[in-house]
Design a protein around this ligand. Structure first.
Ligand SMILES: [Zn+2]
Length: 104
């Protein structure tokens, strides 16, 4: 069971990942090393998001459109938010409706 999310700890982690990424790029390190850093970041994001009280539920979750405040996404996690998981239920439904409109 993942531990509950601590925003300050997560923000520190994200800043550290960004610093490491800049250092790797500045040092001309191979993409495999940068890829490993992305893998670590995803693992932490997945653990943090899946530990949220309303993970997997549809609602209004602040933080979307590349902004931390003022924009809302329909689920805690969605590929539109993390860029590495699946579409949430709301996105899936919208995509299905558009496909249905053209295919139907
Ligand atoms: Zn979505």
């Amino acid at each position: 069971m993942p531990t509950p999310w601590d925003k300050e700890e997560f923000d520190r982690f994200e800043r550290d990942i960004q610093r490491q990424r800049r250092e790797l790029r500045a040092a001309g390190k191979p993409e495999a090393e940068i890829g490993e850093l992305f893998r670590k970041e995803r693992e932490k994001e997945d653990a943090m998001l899946s530990s949220q009280k309303f993970a997997g539920k549809v609602g209004a979750f602040e933080g979307a459109n590349y902004e931390a405040k003022g924009y809302y996404r329909p689920e805690v996690d969605c590929i539109m938010f993390t860029r590495h998981k699946a579409f949430c239920a709301v996105c899936r439904r919208a995509i299905e409706r558009v496909i249905g409109m053209y295919a139907g």
